[in-house]
Write a protein that binds this ligand. Structure first.
Ligand code: TYC
Length: 105
């Protein structure tokens, strides 16, 4: 057996087997507080785009209101990007200064 063949046969043998599929990086979608966007509008956004029920949407909205920022959900890059764009478009269309951003987990 040549040295080269031996090396290839042993390659990876001592390492812990890992699944070959790599998970995509995830991104948090965050809402930021402001003084003007109505609370009801924020609750509506959370229900419409982040699949929250009334109670959970209200909890997240109040977290943002009192602490300045809150997590709406965690998604792969393109899903997060779409949600940020949808929220920003709706807020702009209604004349609200609501800010929605994404951040790598
Ligand atoms: N602070 C806003 C108000 O008092 C409510 C609000 C909550 C605004 C969450 C933005 O992301 C936000 N009307």
């Amino acid at each position: 057996m040549s040295g080269k063949t031996e090396k290839r046969q042993n390659a990876g043998l001592l390492e812990k087997p890992r699944p070959k599929t790599k998970k995509p990086p995830l991104y948090k979608v965050l809402l930021l507080n402001d003084d003007y966007t109505p609370m009801d509008f924020v609750v509506h956004v959370l229900q419409q785009y982040f699949n929250k029920d009334q109670e959970e949407a209200t909890r997240i909205m109040l977290t943002v209101h009192y602490h300045g920022v809150g997590v709406c959900g965690v998604y792969p890059y393109e899903v997060a990007e779409t949600k940020v764009n949808q929220v920003m478009s709706l807020a702009k269309a209604h004349g609200h200064p609501l800010q929605c951003v994404m951040e790598r987990e």
